[in-house]
Design a protein around this ligand. Structure first.
Ligand SMILES: Nc1ncnc2c1ncn2[C@@H]1O[C@H](COP(=O)(O)OP(=O)(O)O)[C@@H](O)[C@H]1O
Ligand SMILES: [Mg+2]
Length: 253
């Protein structure tokens, strides 16, 4: 008998409206425990909005989001999640103080803070920069630090919004290694990217979003072998799915 996957997070017909525009449209999905979920789609598709809705930085205007966490933790799902943005904000402190501060906000005691900080800086290869001011690091190193800071919290889920968007190939490779290490440590990765080769390298499952709608989802191997949705096919071929081009519009837009 095949074991049923364990549910992590359900999106039930969520909509998000701003400035009179429907930006996320009746989107439903069940994230399960295990796979690295990569949300892809063209610029302006609604990827960042979707991630912010999942992370509760925004509230859906309709529908609801449900976390399936252990009963004893249900009261505070915020403790199970962390998010890293495309351009992380570094505190004007040392590299290690940036990590320690994030831990102190979660009420972690001093000895634990020290231990966890040393651990994540070691795991991300930032140990030699521990005493440097975070603001003098390169963009790639800052992004690594943002990942280390989030990893130190040991979240159940880590949301990553285009974490390599402004990085060169070498820095991108380094960040992808860290993302995989975080995944291997048991933290679930839910990430957006507009970079197809990156999605192919990292995804276990793909969610394809266009114009605020989830048009196709499934295992990465199936999706990349040949999606069934015409917009997903066009996106994979490299066609520009511009927001305002009439041929990319769908019925009901
Ligand atoms: N607060 C807002 N008010 C109005 N429009 C918004 C707001 N936030 C995002 N948008 C618009 O919603 C669309 C989706 O944005 P976003 O989720 O950032 O796209 P993506 O991350 O896929 O590039 C874009 O057209 C963007 O301009
Ligand atoms: Mg975005």
């Amino acid at each position: 008998m095949i074991a049923q996957p364990i549910l992590l997070l359900s999106l039930n017909s969520i909509c998000f409206k701003a400035s009179g525009k429907q930006l996320i449209k009746e989107l439903s999905y069940q994230f399960k425990v295990g796979p690295r979920s990569i949300i892809i789609g063209p610029n302006g598709a609604g990827k960042s909005l979707l991630l912010k809705l999942c992370h509760r930085l925004l509230e859906p205007s309709q529908g609801h989001i449900q976390w399936h966490v252990e009963a004893e933790n249900k009261s505070n799902t915020a403790f199970h999640q962390a998010m890293v943005f495309q351009r992380p904000v570094m505190l004007r402190r040392t590299v290690s103080a940036n990590v320690e501060y994030a831990l102190s906000l979660r009420g972690i005691n001093k000895a634990q803070r020290r231990a966890r900080t040393e651990e994540v800086l070691g795991l991300t290869g930032l140990n030699h920069l521990a005493r440097f001011s975070a603001r003098v690091l390169s963009f790639g190193e800052q992004q690594k630090l943002a990942l280390a800071r989030a990893w130190a919290l040991r979240p159940k889920v880590l949301f990553l919004d285009e974490p390599t968007a402004s990085l060169d190939p070498t820095a991108t490779y380094e960040i992808e290694k860290v993302i995989n290490a975080i995944h291997d440590s048991g933290t679930q990765i839910i990430m957006t990217t507009h970079d197809l080769p990156q999605a192919q390298r990292l995804a276990d499952e793909v969610l394809f979003i266009h114009r605020g709608r989830l048009l196709e989802s499934g295992p990465a191997t199936t999706f990349f072998a040949g999606p069934t949705n015409q917009f997903a096919q066009a996106f994979l071929k490299g066609d520009l799915l511009m927001w305002d081009r009439p041929e990319t519009k769908m019925l009901g837009d």
